[in-house]
Design a binder for this molecule. Structure first.
Ligand code: NAD
Length: 256
């Protein structure tokens, strides 16, 4: 379905980004990976799906490096047809204790990076009259949790950015939508499970149940593969007129 298209997925060396990259590659899209840590393993996983794969290690908190990444993608792949703004970090603390440096980093990586990648991707998408921008927001783009001020502010911001991007391109073949997962068991959430287990003096498995029980009626984690299939839907022709939605995959979290 996506043969000949190129998808750039930020923060795709791990977790949800890697799951989405693999789902798009299974549909034939060439993939540009980004993110920290090991990139050889993820590159090999994508290449095994029979598509072209590239990697750029831009730090998504730095606009100049995002520009370099977009220039690399254009030079090596011709054009970015699908942009998935996924890179993100978390920090948990009350507002009065929240480190200012963590606030700035979360706003830069979880929100401003999407603005920069989007503004740089749009001209070529509009010229081709086809494009998909998928912003990985969160249920925290729609509702709040205590001790996550920067994350909730950034995720509400990215839901707003999604709507504006969708509206500004509504008469074209370029769509923009947000995905809002509940709990997904990735390294980002494992840290919160570990903190809960340590704070309550319980096992890792018990801490997972406590975490799910607080918010997610299904008592199940959503998987990166499931989120990848939602991204594939947005890229399909059935998604041609899906514009500006914030689509939850949250086990009923915000239905309550
Ligand atoms: P993760 O920690 O597994 O992956 C994060 C990715 O972002 C990694 O590839 C990491 O290297 C990359 N990254 C971090 N900082 C970066 C930077 N400065 N520059 C470039 N890359 C950077 O986390 P995840 O759970 O897969 O999270 C992915 C996205 O999904 C985030 O935006 C997160 O907010 C969102 N999300 C996660 C959950 C969840 O339960 N895990 C729920 C809702 C939304």
């Amino acid at each position: 379905m996506l043969k000949g298209k190129t998808a750039l997925v930020t923060g795709s060396t791990s977790g949800i980004g890697l799951g989405i990259a693999k789902a798009l590659a299974r549909q034939g899209a060439n993939i540009v990976l980004n993110g920290f840590g090991d990139n050889q393993g993820p590159r090999a996983e994508i290449a095994a799906l029979g598509v072209k794969v590239g990697y750029h290690g831009a730090d998504m908190s730095k606009p100049g490096e995002i520009e370099a990444m977009m220039a690399y993608a254009a030079a090596e792949f011709g054009r970015v047809d699908i942009l998935v703004n996924n890179a993100g970090i978390q920090h948990v603390a009350r507002i009065e204790d929240f480190p200012v440096e963590r606030w700035d980093a979360i706003i830069a990586i979880n929100l401003s990076s999407a603005f920069h990648a989007t503004r740089l991707a749009l001209p070529a998408m509009r010229q081709a009259d086809w494009g998909r921008i998928i912003n990985v927001a969160s249920v925290h783009g729609l509702v709040a949790s205590a001790e996550k001020s920067a994350y909730v502010a950034a995720k509400h911001g990215i839901v707003g950015l999604t709507k504006v991007t969708a509206l500004e391109n509504a008469t074209t073949g370029v769509t923009c939508n947000a995905i809002c997962p509940g709990w997904v068991l990735t390294p980002l959430v494992q840290k919160q499970v570990d903190a809960k287990a340590a704070a309550l003096g319980i096992s890792n498995d018990e801490a997972k149940k406590v975490l799910l029980g607080e918010k997610e009626p299904s008592m199940q984690f959503t998987t990166p593969d499931e989120l990848g299939e939602l991204a594939v839907f947005f890229c399909s022709s059935a998604g041609n007129n899906v514009r500006g939605v914030a689509w939850t995959m949250d086990g009923g979290w915000i239905a309550q």
